[in-house]
Design a protein around this ligand. Structure first.
Ligand code: PMP
Length: 425
């Protein structure tokens, strides 16, 4: 293990992140399970990339079959991309019926921002202040914690508004958030830059997936529309049925975005990502920018992505996510009854977690405690992580086939680990 850490550092450079005090060296995956190089088995409660399960046989077979038939760049005619985009856009409401396929979520967000400039003739972009949207020069400015030291002077075009936090800042109907967005719009307009788009993950997943009533995002979406800007929903994490009640999280929020970007789970690990938008926005973008992506939407990518959609729909994994989210919430609430260190419990389908606090009145984040729990869980064979502004909230976001028996193992182990860690708070 140490040898691999040293080789990574030497070959890939410093600051290449790994998880855990003792990183895991994984060599095999199947369903919701991972194995390390010593043959030890881990329950994967974290990974949303293998959305329909590690090495899902349908996806593996689709990739192999297409790779053995044809794979090439995207300037030839091929029905694979058309069949896929038809099936994908059938999951979207009007007018989101045209798509661009890319290889990463970052590229998709980059295109979305350029679409906003093409449509509005303006460049001002608003995002929330504790999230991540990707790594291109333009897109990296969306992530406040990641703003590059060298960034081609693009920082002037970005404004950040406070991410919602249902535990600490009451905003039951989204009005407060909408006011913050309006202030940022006004600021961009006053500065002469002008307002082009608001970019949000509809569940604010990286920011701790605050509890929100259905339709919570509507007031902010209306402010964006009034100002003539685009609403871009980044569904790289929240999409493909994960939120349970809906296939796309913006549908849960009761808004129709102008652009929706996707990635991570889309090809179950195969690098395929993309966006959907209206025919009007697509036409304007295609006119202003002759976009071509060598690999984006190639025949193998589309075969992988199609198999993911088929698997989700045939196995009814969205409804399964809804059921599991409710069960997980119940189990976490039981733990909160036992351990005062759990200040809040949240779920949105197949993503759930608990926020650790040192004191329920002051809500002071128990950051070191969360870190200890995550590392102890890893030592006991359960893979999960933490997130949110203070990094004190458990991030439990398993592959979609995660079932009740897995939840049982997760919660029993969590009970033991919190119990032991709580002794030394
Ligand atoms: N958007 C969100 C919400 C993400 O979580 C990520 C990746 N963590 C991205 C965009 C970027 O995707 P990619 O790494 O495929 O470029």
């Amino acid at each position: 293990m140490n040898d691999l850490v040293a080789r990574r550092r030497a070959l890939l450079g410093p600051n290449v992140s790994t998880f855990y005090d003792e990183p895991v060296h994984v060599v095999r995956g199947e369903g919701v399970w991972l194995w390390d190089n010593d043959g030890r088995k881990y329950l994967d409660c974290y990974n949303n990339v293998p959305h329909v399960g590690h090495c899902n046989p349908r996806v593996v077979e689709a990739i192999c079959r297409q790779a053995a038939t044809l794979n090439t760049h995207t300037r030839y005619l091929h029905e694979g991309i058309l069949d896929y985009v038809e099936r994908l856009t059938a999951t979207y409401d009007d007018p989101l019926k045209t798509a661009i396929l890319t290889c990463t979520g970052s590229e998709a967000n980059d295109i979305a921002l350029r679409m906003a400039e093409a449509m509005t003739g303006k460049r001002g972009i608003i995002a929330t202040d504790a999230t991540y949207h990707g790594n291109t020069t333009l897109v990296s400015h969306l992530s406040k914690s990641n703003v590059p030291e060298v960034g081609f002077g693009l920082g002037q075009y970005f404004r950040h508004v406070e991410a919602p936090d249902s535990y600490r800042i009451p905003d039951p109907d989204g009005q407060r958030f909408a006011e913050k967005v309006q202030e940022a719009i006004d600021d961009l307009e006053r500065s002469g830059i002008g307002f082009a788009a608001l970019v949000v993950c509809p569940l604010f997943l990286n920011e701790g997936f605050p509890a929100q009533a259905q339709g919570w995002l509507k007031p902010a979406a209306e402010a964006v529309k009034r100002a003539g800007g685009l609403l871009i929903c980044d569904e790289v994490q929240s999409g493909f049925g994960r939120c349970g009640t809906h296939f796309w999280a913006h549908q849960k929020q009761g808004v129709t975005p102008d652009v929706v970007t996707m990635g991570k789970p889309m090809g179950n690990g195969h690098p395929v990502a993309g966006l959907v938008t209206s025919a009007e926005i697509m036409a304007r973008f295609r006119k202003s920018f002759r976009y071509f992506n060598t690999f984006g939407g190639n025949p193998v990518s589309c075969a992988a992505a199609m198999a993911v959609l088929e698997e989700l729909q045939e196995k009814k994994l969205q409804a399964h996510a809804e059921k599991m989210g409710l069960l997980a919430h119940q189990r976490l609430t039981e733990l909160a009854g036992k351990y005062p260190v759990i200040g809040d419990v949240r779920q949105s389908g197949m993503v759930f977690g608990a926020e650790f606090v040192l004191d329920r009145d002051s809500k002071e984040p128990a950051v070191a405690f969360a870190d200890r729990v995550v590392n102890q869980m890893r030592q006991r064979g359960i893979i999960l992580s933490k997130l949110g502004r203070y990094k004190n909230t458990l991030k439990i976001r398993p592959p979609m086939p995660f079932a009740e028996e897995h939840l049982d193992l997760l919660m029993t182990t969590l009970d033991e680990v919190i119990g032991e860690a709580a002794v030394s708070i």
